[in-house]
Design a protein around this ligand. Structure first.
Ligand code: SME
Length: 217
């Protein structure tokens, strides 16, 4: 932390974190920075060329102190996710960045989305090892969450009947649904390589993220 004093925040609040992110990225998700680069001619004339690149998009930076507790990281991350996604209407872009933000910040083993298409869940944006591409209604933890329309926490995947092991390294799991028009539209699946790694704190903050996603879909 000593090397990164800007990571230390006092009076951190949801509004502060969201606004701080927006201030660091004033274009929101449309960071079409107009780069005015003057290139002085090295040859004979002092020709100034102005380049304008309206489709250049900056990578966003999350500011999260890794040394803090998981709950503290959620508190700082969730408003930044809101700021990160608020200006972007494309759902795939937003799900991709949400998966990356959660994976990077929380060091989970696998973070990703399965999207309802007809009678199956189809693999969506994710971060982590390659994963199963299709899950039937009611199957595995993801299918069970879809069927039950509720969040499921699995402390030990070996104890969950019908668990689908995309990776033998996955030991515990949480799956949360996002609803559209009263139906499950997609689920967020987060896997850990540690047993019993998810609890009500994860459910609380990940539910807030799912609430943001529900407003996008
Ligand atoms: N374990 C999940 C399948 C998805 S992978 O873990 C990425 C399940 O049982 O539904």
């Amino acid at each position: 932390m000593a090397e990164f004093p800007w990571l230390i925040r006092e009076n951190s609040s949801y509004e502060n974190e969201r606004n701080s992110f927006s201030n660091r990225h004033p274009g929101g998700n449309y960071n079409c920075d107009f780069i005015l680069s003057t290139v002085s001619g090295l040859i004979t004339t002092s020709l100034f060329i102005i380049f304008e690149t309206p489709h250049f998009t900056m990578a966003e930076n999350l500011i999260i102190a890794q040394s803090t507790s998981r709950e503290e990281r959620y508190k700082v991350l969730v408003p930044q996710i809101e700021a990160l996604t608020s200006g972007e209407p494309d759902i795939i872009a937003n799900l991709s960045n949400i998966a990356a933000a959660l994976k990077q910040t929380m060091n989970f083993f696998w973070v990703g989305f399965y999207i309802v298409k007809n009678t199956e869940l189809i693999l969506g944006p994710f971060q982590g090892p390659i994963a199963c591409t299709r899950i039937a209604f009611g199957k595995g933890v993801c299918g069970a969450s879809w069927k039950a329309r509720m969040t499921i926490i699995v402390p030990d995947v070996d104890e969950f009947p019908g668990h689908i092991a995309c990776s033998s390294d996955s030991k515990s799991e949480i799956v949360l649904p996002a609803m559209k028009n009263g139906e499950v539209a997609l689920v967020l699946d987060v896997d850990s390589d540690q047993l019993n790694d998810f609890d009500e704190t994860d459910k609380l903050y990940l539910t807030q993220v799912m609430g943001m996603i529900e407003k996008m879909i």
